[in-house]
Ligand binder design. Structure first.
Ligand SMILES: *Cc1c(COP(=O)(O)O)cnc(C)c1O
Length: 409
C-alpha cells in the first residue's frame, strides 16, 4: 500500500524574515536616525531611548546598551575589577561568549555542574566549587528558564560574592515575579539575531548599583570620562558601543518584547499539551517560582525508549522538515580547545597559569548532571511567528517520530 507523505510545512525561522518581526516601527526609527545624520550613540538619541525604556521595563536604575551579549558579560565582569587569578563560577552549558570575557579579564572560569532536568546551575552545585578565591558567580538562565535564584543568592550573599545573571536567553522571564536579570548585582542580555528581540548584534547590561553602573558605562566607552571636568581614559577598556542604527532597531523591537514573550508562552503551553502522553518525551520543566520565556523549547528524550536518543530523534524529525538540535552544544565548554589546550595569549596560557589546580577540573566524570543533560536534551526552535498550526505540525511530527523509532526496537 502506498501512503502519500504528509504535506510539509515550512516553520518560521529566526534567521530570516519568516521568524522575525521587523516592520514599520523599525523602519521609522531607522529613517529618523539616518535623517538625523548621527550614527554614533555618543551624540544620538535612540540608544539613549533604548536604555531608558529597558530601565523602565525592568524597573532598574541603570541600563546600558553595548555591542553584543558577549560584550555585556565582559562589561559586567570588568565592572567587578577582579584581581588576576580570581575565580568566577559559571556553567559548562552556555554560549562561549559568556566564558571568554572572564579569561580576557585575567580571571579563571570555574565550572559548576547543572541540574540534568533544568540544565541550570544550582546553589548546591555552586557551593561544591566555591573557594576563598571565588569573587563572582555567573548564573545563566538556560533556554529562558530562570535558575533557582533564591537559594543561589542566599549562598552568595552569605559570602559577599556578587552574582551576575546571564539573561541572554531569558528576556521577559521572571523569578518570584521579578524580571530575570534584575535579581543579581548585574544582568546581561543579548540582542543577537536569534534572541527574543534583536538588532542583529547587540547587548544590554542592567544594575541598581551606582558604582557598578559607572564602571560599566566607562568600560563600554574606552573608560573615557565624557562630561567630566577633566576627562581622561581612567582604566583599560574597549569601545563596546552600539551604533544608533542598531539602537533604532533594538528600540522598536523592545516595544514588541511583551508580545513576543506572550506568544512564545502560549505556543509552548500548546506544545506541552500536545506532547503529553508520548512516552519517553519530557517537556520543559520549571519551578512554581518561575515564568519561563521559552527562548527555545527543550525536551528530554529517553534513550532507553528511543535507541539513539536525541540524535536519532532529530534525524527522524528532519524527515518531516522540523529542525532541532540534539545536545544543544556538541560538548561542555570545558571540553573545547580554548580550555583543554589553554590557548589564550601567545604561548603563555595566561591566566590559567594563575589558577589553583582544583579550579581547572575539566574531567567529564566531575560533571554527571551536565553529561546527563546533554545526553537527553533535544532543542526545538520556537519564535514569535509560530502559529497554532505550526505547533500542531511539530507535535504530530514528534508523535510520528516517536512511533517510528519505537517500532524499530
Ligand atoms: C547568546 C548568548 C551569549 C552571547 O551573546 P552574543 O550576543 O551572541 O555575543 C551569552 N550568553 C548566553 C547564555 C547566550 O545565549
Amino acid at each position: 500500500m502506498h501512503i502519500a507523505p504528509a504535506p510539509q510545512l515550512q516553520l518560521p525561522n529566526d534567521q530570516d524574515a519568516s521568524g522575525r518581526s521587523f516592520g514599520a516601527e523599525e523602519t521609522a526609527a531607522l529613517d529618523a536616525v539616518l535623517a538625523s545624520g548621527t550614527l554614533t550613540s555618543t551624540k544620538g538619541a535612540y540608544v539613549r531611548f533604548l536604555e531608558r525604556d529597558v530601565a523602565r521595563l525592568f524597573g532598574v536604575r541603570y541600563a546600558y546598551a553595548c555591542a553584543s551579549g558577549s560584550a555585556a558579560v565582559h562589561t559586567a565582569i570588568a565592572a567587578l575589577d577582579l584581581e588576576p587569578g580570581d575565580e568566577v563560577v559559571t556553567t559548562p552549558i552556555t554560549d562561549m561568549g559568556a566564558l571568554t570575557p572572564i579569561l580576557y579579564q585575567a580571571a579563571i572560569p570555574v565550572f559548576a555542574d547543572v541540574d540534568p532536568k533544568t540544565y541550570n546551575v544550582t546553589a548546591a552545585s555552586i557551593e561544591r566549587v566555591l573557594s576563598e578565591r571565588t569573587k563572582a558567580i555567573v548564573v545563566t538562565h538556560l533556554f529562558g528558564n530562570p535558575a533557582e535564584m533564591a537559594e543561589i543568592l542566599a549562598l552568595a550573599d552569605a559570602r559577599g560574592i556578587p552574582v551576575i545573571e546571564d539573561a541572554a536567553q531569558a528576556f521577559g522571564a521572571t523569578y518570584c515575579g521579578k524580571p530575570a536579570g534584575t535579581l543579581g548585582r548585574i544582568g546581561c542580555f543579548s540582542l543577537q539575531q536569534g534572541k527574543h528581540i534583536t538588532c542583529g548584534e547587540g547587548g544590554i547590561v542592567v544594575t541598581n548599583d551606582e558604582a557598578l553602573a559607572r564602571r560599566m558605562y566607562l568600560f563600554i566607552n574606552k573608560a573615557w570620562g565624557y562630561g567630566d571636568p577633566n576627562p581622561d581614559h581612567y582604566f583599560l577598556a574597549l569601545n563596546y558601543r552600539l551604533s544608533e542604527l542598531q539602537g533604532a532597531v533594538a528600540y522598536a523591537q523592545l516595544q514588541k518584547l511583551d508580545d513576543h514573550v506572550a506568544i512564545r508562552r502560549e505556543r509552548a503551553r500548546q506544545l506541552t499539551d500536545a506532547l503529553s502522553g508520548i512516552e519517553g518525551i519530557e517537556p520543559p520543566v520549571h519551578s512554581d517560582r518561575v515564568e519561563h520565556s521559552y527562548w527555545k523549547y527543550a525536551i528530554r528524550v529517553d534513550p532507553q525508549i528511543y535507541p539513539g536518543g536525541p540524535h536519532a530523534f532529530a534525524k527522524a524529525l528532519k524527515d518531516a522538515n522540523v529542525s532541532s538540535v540534539p545536545r544543544y552544544i556538541q560538548k561542555p565548554a570545558f571540553m573545547c580547545e580554548v580550555f583543554q589546550a589553554r590557548r589564550t595569549f601567545g604561548t603563555s596560557s595566561f591566566p590559567f597559569t594563575l589558577a589553583r589546580p582544583a579550579a581547572l577540573d575539566y574531567r567529564m566524570e566531575s560533571f554527571p548532571g551536565t553529561a546527563e543533560a546533554l545526553a537527553h536534551v533535544l532543542v526545538l526552535p520556537i519564535n514569535e511567528r509560530y502559529t497554532y498550526e505550526h505547533i500542531v505540525y511539530v507535535a504530530s511530527a514528534i508523535a510520528d517520530a516517536a512511533q517510528r523509532l519505537r517500532s524499530e526496537t
